[in-house]
Design a protein. Structure first.
Ligand code: DC
Length: 223
C-alpha cells in the first residue's frame, strides 16, 4: 500500500523544509504544492496581469495558457511553468503575495488540485500545503497540521531575512504573517483548516530536529 502523508499549516510554520527532511528519511517524494500556486502567481506578474483580477487570471488558466508541472531531479522538486524551470524565481516575496491572491480562485485551485491528485496516485508521497488533508488527499495515510504561534513564525522569518542582510523589523513581519493567515483561513474556496483526522503538531517550542522527530513518530504509529 502506498504511504501518503498530508502536511498542512499556516505560512512560516516550516512545512516545506520539514517536509523535505521527513520525506527523505522515509525515502519518498515530497510535493511542495505552494510552489505550484507560486508558479501561477509568477505567470501573472511576468505577463502584467494583476493577480487580483480574478476574471483574467481564471480565463488564462482555463484557456491552458498557464501550465504548471513538477518534475524531480535526484529527488529534488523542480517546478515548471509552461515547460520552464522556475524553481528559483517563485521564491521572491512578491511572488508569494501573488500566489496568495490567485490561490483564492476556484479555477486555479481546480487545475492544480487535479494535477496534485494525479501525481500522488498509486505512489508513496508526502504533500504539503493548505488543503491537502481536507481536499487533495482526503484519504491520506497520515495527516499532520503543523503550526506555531504567529510570533514564533515571525521571529524565525526575521532571522532568515537577517541572514540575507534584510533588516525588516519584527512588527512588520508579524503584521505580514497575520495578514497571510487571515487570507488563507478566510477565503471561500478550500480555506486553510485542520482536517478532523489530522494530528496537531505545534512547533512553537520545538527545534527543527524535534519537529522532524515528532512527525516521524506520528507516521510510524499510523503506518
Ligand atoms: O506555502 P507557500 O507560501 O509557498 O504558498 C504560497 C501560497 O499558495 C499561499 O498564500 C497559500 C497558497 N496555497 C494554497 O492555497 N494551497 C496549497 N495547497 C498550497 C499553497
Amino acid at each position: 500500500m502506498p504511504l501518503t502523508i498530508a502536511i498542512d499549516g499556516p505560512v512560516g510554520a516550516g512545512k516545506s523544509t520539514i517536509s523535505d527532511v521527513v520525506a527523505q528519511r522515509l525515502g519518498i517524494l515530497h510535493l511542495d504544492t505552494g510552489a505550484m500556486y507560486r508558479a501561477v502567481g509568477l505567470y501573472m506578474l511576468e505577463n502584467d496581469v494583476d493577480p487580483k483580477d480574478q476574471e483574467t487570471v481564471c480565463a488564462l488558466c482555463e484557456a491552458g495558457k498557464v501550465l504548471v508541472d513538477v518534475r524531480y531531479a535526484d529527488g529534488a522538486q523542480q517546478t515548471l511553468l509552461n515547460g520552464q524551470d522556475v524553481s528559483g524565481r517563485i521564491r521572491a516575496q512578491e511572488v508569494g503575495k501573488a500566489a496568495s491572491a490567485v490561490s483564492r480562485y476556484p479555477a486555479v485551485r481546480r487545475m492544480l488540485v487535479c494535477r496534485q491528485q494525479e501525481m500522488a496516485k498509486g505512489q508513496s508521497m508526502l504533500l504539503d500545503g493548505r488543503d491537502i488533508g481536507t481536499v487533495v488527499l482526503k484519504d491520506a495515510t497520515v495527516k499532520i497540521y503543523l503550526t506555531a504561534s504567529p510570533e514564533s513564525r515571525a521571529k524565525r522569518r526575521m532571522l532568515q531575512l537577517k541572514e540575507k542582510g534584510d533588516e525588516t523589523p519584527f512588527e512588520a513581519i508579524l503584521a505580514e504573517v497575520n495578514a497571510r493567515d487571515y487570507q488563507d483561513t478566510h477565503r471561500e474556496t478550500d480555506p486553510l483548516r485542520q482536517a478532523e483526522d489530522a494530528v496537531l503538531v505545534d512547533s512553537s517550542d520545538l527545534t527543527f530536529d524535534e519537529t522532524v522527530s515528532a512527525i516521524l513518530s506520528i507516521v510510524e504509529a499510523k503506518k
